[in-house]
Design a protein around this ligand. Sequence first.
Ligand SMILES: *Cc1c(COP(=O)(O)O)cnc(C)c1O
Length: 411
Amino acid sequence: MEPDPQTTWHLQTSLVHAGERAPAPAAIPTATPIYTSATYLYPSLAALNQAAEDEASYTYTRHGNPTVAALEQAMCIAERGAGATVYASGMAAMHAALLAAGTPRGATAPAPRAILAARDVYGTTTVLLQEFFAARGTAITTCDMCDLAAVDTALAAHQPDVVLVEQISNPILRVVDIRALAQRARAAGARLVVDSTIVTPILQQPLALGADLVVHSATKYLGGHGDVAGGVVVARTGLLRDTLRRQARLLGATLGPFEAQQILRGLKTLALRVRQQCRSAGEIAAWLTSRPAVARVYYPGLPQHPQHALARESFGGLFGAMVSFELCNTGRAALHRFFDALRLVLPATSLGDVYTLASAPALASHRELTPEQRAERGIGETMVRLSIGIEEPADIVADLSQALDAVAVEP
Ligand SMILES: *Cc1c(COP(=O)(O)O)cnc(C)c1O
């Protein structure tokens, strides 16, 4: 019998290879392992060559990784799409979606010709449209997507190839009708891209309503624990999925296997977290309306919300877990007193975490605007935006209550 070549190698060589490449165990692990390998071995060059031609075979981690593929499959099922592609962040996903949506059927155009976007999309998305796409020749127009007559006018005037919306706007939480927008976009020959980060597949699955691509920042509800960054695009058709895959291999903003495993774990509790967060948000919004220090509360679940009926029929009886409100006291000092008094609620810039988070749009997401521009968008100088976590709602209320009391106390 031939001696095992490993036994004849020098220690230096053995330590490079020892213990690696054991056959996969015969039993299937119940949780997906984190595959860190950048490359894969095949029994012959012919087999490797064949694998390079096959979508489903692994050859190099940027082209495909089993842990990443598990997350992609889970997101494809969550959004009922033809295929999902995951990215290193929500912004990488948004960039990829806008490029793919603007790609004419079968071609690889460098950028969309014209994009019609909701006026109040996520702040960095606005900057991406202006500083990246507009600078490369894409015509960018915005309109109020709650106003379907304005959408019809903008579609006719600008003939966009891409329409971009979020179902619930930030921070004043207005709700748009995805089915109506999808019909209009299709009739106008445009693809509809929906950033569903705030809504999650628990409240709505936009592809079933006619959207072409759904985008998520997995950093928010999907990951859910504030400890991982990632992004997802789910495509309605195989053609769009293939475009996204080709692009991802070229542009390379792919997700790593560690992050993929963390997000995959987050998905397991997504429904439980989001349902609880929405219920708590409803309680907290109702309580806020009774507080003398609060001038106005924005929450789609409140009967006085302008799109309450649409929200009720769109989101399966849930209304989201974001709540915004304006303090009666419109001075900056009042805003500071509120934030500095918080003990449980974390004053941190994100959303969708298990922790309840508070942010001040005037100082965070809408900082770059003047007070007049903020006012035009309905954002007051002492607006507070809450992302409700999974804590006991009574504890969140108690913390908000003492922080609202602190607003009234002039130092
Ligand atoms: C956070 C966020 C993004 C960007 O995601 P990142 O993971 O931070 O890159 C895009 N859209 C919405 C609605 C978001 O909240």
